[in-house]
Ligand binder design. Structure first.
Ligand code: FE2
Ligand code: FE2
Length: 410
């Protein structure tokens, strides 16, 4: 263990978020640390832990955030210690435990500025290599120089060994994240597994019930849906409603209509196959053979009809978007495309590949759609499942469009 190159990331992790994960991945992949120890603090010396989330719970959330990343150890080391968690003391105890191997500290620029004032901060600077993640550059700001002069000062005053990571640390305020969790829309910058646990435990005052509705109509629909859907599905529906709001704002769609479509899109998803067929009969829907043998597709068809008849939804565009939210179709309207994608990327989704689409959805809508459709088709092929012709037509129409555009460009 003594030759192992180790880094340590401490913090309150209240909640852990993607910037923490990105910093750690950067240290492992780009700076070639063998392992990163992540230490949620028990009782931070500089501030009280907001919202009274216990250290044990923050530890659990942090474990979820880093789950499956090789080389990361989320440790309860600080929790098992008595009294204040001073970084200097933590490092001393760790060194006692593991012998000669060097341990570097990972921290953001803000923290580096205050390090000399920490408990035995000057000794810490003398003894411990530091990797600092710069603040993101804002146009016209001189932050690079600010950081360089800080690093120079610490080097000359304490012979500090500081590496500046070539990876800016995005500004994420934990206070804002907690606020977003409480009031919506759920933040995309917190890993889905963490958000799910936050919801399951009701942390930060989050409630996924009628209080999430912004209008009486939304609250009424949430009440109706809560009687029809499992808790998990209701959470997903509310998350899609909020994701629709974000996408509607981004792409200039009416926010109120977008939210309603997101909220009710899965209104029949928890019905049994027999009930789906019964609903088709009741609403006079004729389904194809393929649809009959692909039960997962039926809820989009029955859902649109159910929303129209039982919920009195008259917004034809919204109903169309619900109808095609599972298969997609050729030449989708913006509304249809946004619901398809909101359903795919809402912040509680944790499946493989979702991050790729999340990164595209705000700026490259067609690429996001194509990526999602490709992944879906690939998965269906792998499973040996039927593929609905509308899904293939959706993919072809997007590709065709881009081929035509390229031809014109030539
Ligand atoms: Fe669905
Ligand atoms: Fe859905």
């Amino acid at each position: 263990m003594s030759t192992c190159k180790t880094a340590l990331l401490g913090g309150t992790f209240n909640p852990p978020h993607n910037v923490h994960v990105d910093m750690v991945k950067f240290a492992l992949e780009q700076l070639h640390f063998d392992r990163v120890l992540v230490f949620p603090a028990a009782d931070p010396p500089h501030k009280d832990v907001a919202e009274k989330v216990s250290a044990q719970v923050r530890l659990e959330l942090t474990r979820l955030a880093f789950e499956g990343i090789p080389g990361v150890e989320v440790s309860d080391f600080e929790l098992r210690r008595k009294g204040k968690s001073y970084t200097y003391e933590t490092l001393r105890l760790l060194h006692e435990q593991q012998g000669e191997g060097e341990i570097s500290l990972l921290m953001g620029q803000d923290m580096l500025e205050t390090t000399p004032q920490w408990y035995r901060g000057e000794d810490l600077l003398r003894e411990t290599p530091i990797v600092v993640f710069p603040r993101p550059q804002l146009e016209g700001e001189q932050r690079d120089e600010e950081l360089s002069s800080l690093v120079e000062h610490l080097q000359s005053a304490y012979r500090a060994r500081i590496i500046v990571a070539g990876f800016p640390m995005q500004d994420v305020s934990s206070t804002e994240l907690r606020e977003q969790i409480r009031k919506g829309p759920l933040p995309r910058t917190v890993p889905a597994k963490v958000l799910r646990e936050v919801l399951a435990k009701g942390l930060y005052g989050v409630r996924f019930d009628v209080s999430r509705g912004r209008t009486e109509r939304e609250a009424e629909l949430i009440t109706l849906l809560s009687k029809r859907l499992s808790e998990k599905r209701l959470h997903h529906s509310i998350a899609v409603m909020e994701e629709m709001e974000r996408l509607a704002q981004r792409y200039g769609l009416d926010v109120a209509r977008a939210r309603i479509a997101g909220l009710v899109h899965d209104c029949t998803k928890d019905e049994t196959f027999e009930n789906q067929l019964r609903l088709c009969e009741e609403f006079g829907i004729i389904i194809s053979d393929l649809e009959r043998y692909s039960p997962k597709l039926l809820h989009a068809i029955t859902g649109a009809a159910y929303a129209r008849v039982r919920f009195g939804l008259k917004d034809e565009e919204a109903l169309g978007a619900i109808r095609y939210h599972t298969t997609a179709r050729a030449n989708m309207t913006l509304f249809e495309a946004l619901l398809y994608l909101a359903d795919y990327v809402e912040p509680l989704r944790a499946f493989e590949g979702v991050e790729q689409v999340r990164r595209l959805v705000d700026d490259r809508l067609e690429e996001a759609l194509l990526t999602a459709l490709d992944a879906t088709i690939g998965e269906l092929v792998e499973l040996g499942s039927l593929i609905h012709p509308d899904t293939l037509a959706a993919r072809n129409s997007i590709l065709m469009q881009s081929i035509k555009e390229n031809c014109h460009a030539v």
